[in-house]
Design a binder for this molecule. Structure first.
Ligand code: NAI
Length: 408
């Protein structure tokens, strides 16, 4: 079984570099770490790094459809306790999360903040978790909500917001892997298709860029509000315009679209008025964290028929139109059987940030406040530097005169 992971491991040199350091020092000796990530091959490499740094690891998935049984078996063989399986039901998903929450963990790595949220419920108030590292945009928004309500019980490191994560994982990772998910699930081409991308944030930008590269006509839908980084949707719409995409409202986008992909982190972005506007044969896919972006509850209630065409394609007949939904509205780039998740090199960056952030959290647990805190700049920059170095890239240093000229 180990051979299957050879390829993944070979392409994660940055994580391997930090793993070797941590193996010597055993930074995580006897620490109980909960890992609630998409339990697939790259995650298995992160779990291995944690175990080799001395941790006892408890794994669940952060999504019922994204566990790869081979990855689960592999981490089990290394000594991790696993509470996840391929195609688990929603009920099982929450049972597994509860199992992990009961383990008196020292720290957790979460993706989407379901475990963070659970650890804030009454049953788990006695748990003394040092803190969490959160992988994704949606999870950080949920942690920030707890913080703003003065309810956050432990520090949460915003791994997603590190430059070495969000500028690459969300953009290039999602852009490539979501389209691969579409191609593998449907065996259709993207070339020549009218594709509407809802949300031109980090993920949306990556999707639009890769769609354009594959010959699709790209329509961008944005919204008039400021995101948590202070960027306004208006400016994102302007950026999309200057990139050469059509920037149009959601109804017009739905009228034209052969494919609609959501990547907003928001709820009911595609709802009744959109279904009403769609043409027959349209395909809907979601790349945002939760399965709430497309209002599937409405479609379920109001369709005259529903047919599972394959494990990944569901056909709804709504007002005599055929509407196809991929991966049950869940992450199209990760949901099994077609989703493989982001490219390995991308996850090498993201999981190196996770690994170092977790060690930082454990080492500094006495001094960190119960807030959402950024990844230390040193970690963010070091990971990027190490990646460049290990990929034979070089970067200039400023001369003293240039520093002076730029007033640094
Ligand atoms: P972001 O905050 O950079 O972008 C979201 C964009 O959606 C913003 O520009 C916002 O203005 C726009 N938006 C919000 N509501 C909208 C609406 N009703 N209509 C149109 N646009 C709307 O967030 P990011 O990093 O791009 O993440 C988006 C989602 O994708 C999150 O749920 C995140 O957790 C998830 N994600 C998924 C990944 C994957 O592997 N599929 C990887 C990374 C993030």
């Amino acid at each position: 079984m180990r051979e299957i992971f050879y390829w993944t491991n070979e392409h994660m040199p940055v994580l391997n570099y930090y793993k070797k350091q941590a193996q010597k020092e055993k930074f995580l000796k006897n620490k109980k770490i909960g890992v609630v990530l998409h339990l697939e091959k790259k995650t298995a490499m992160l779990v291995q790094a944690l175990i080799e740094a001395g941790a006892n690891v408890y794994c669940a998935s952060c999504n019922p459809l994204t566990t790869d049984n081979k990855a689960a078996q592999y981490v089990k063989s290394l000594g991790a306790k696993v509470y996840a399986k391929e195609f688990e039901t929603e009920k099982e998903y929450y049972e597994y999360l509860n199992e992990i929450a009961k383990k008196d963990l020292d720290a957790i790595i979460d993706d989407g903040a379901d475990l963070i949220q659970l650890l804030h419920e009454k049953d788990y108030f006695d748990n003394k978790v040092y803190g969490a590292c959160e992988e994704t945009t949606t999870g950080i928004l949920r942690a920030k909500k707890l913080e703003s309500q003065n309810k956050l019980r432990f520090p949460v490191i915003a791994v997603n917001n590190a430059h070495s994560k969000r500028m690459f994982d969300n953009v290039y990772g999602t852009g490539e892997s979501a389209l691969l998910g579409f191609l593998n699930a449907t065996n259709l081409t993207l070339s020549g298709k009218n594709v509407a991308v809802f949300g031109y944030g980090h993920c949306g930008k990556g999707l639009a860029k890769k769609l354009k590269g594959l010959g699709a006509k790209v329509f961008v839908v944005e919204v008039n509000h400021k995101d948590s980084f202070g960027y306004h949707g208006i400016h994102k719409a302007l950026e999309a315009y200057f990139e050469g995409y059509f920037v149009i409202d959601s109804i017009e986008a739905c009228r034209n679209a052969d494919l609609i992909i959501t990547a907003t982190g928001n709820t009911k972005v595609v709802s009744k008025k959109h279904f009403d506007a769609m043409k027959s044969g349209v395909i809907l896919a979601n790349a945002g964290h939760f399965n709430v972006e497309i209002d599937l509850e409405f479609l379920e209630r109001n369709s005259s028929s529903k047919k599972e065409i394959t494990e990944s394609i569901t056909e709804y007949v709504y007002k005599n139109k055929k509407i196809y939904v991929l991966a049950h509205g869940r992450l199209v780039n990760l949901a099994k059987p077609h989703g493989q998740g982001h490219a390995i090199e991308i996850m090498d960056l993201s999981f190196s940030i996770q690994f170092l952030s977790l060690i930082y959290l454990i080492k500094n647990n006495q001094s960190l406040k119960n807030k959402v805190i950024p990844v230390p700049e040193e970690i963010d920059v070091n990971v990027a530097k190490k990646f460049l170095e290990l990929h034979d890239c070089k970067i200039e240093e400023l001369t003293e005169e240039q520093k002076d000229y730029l007033n640094f």
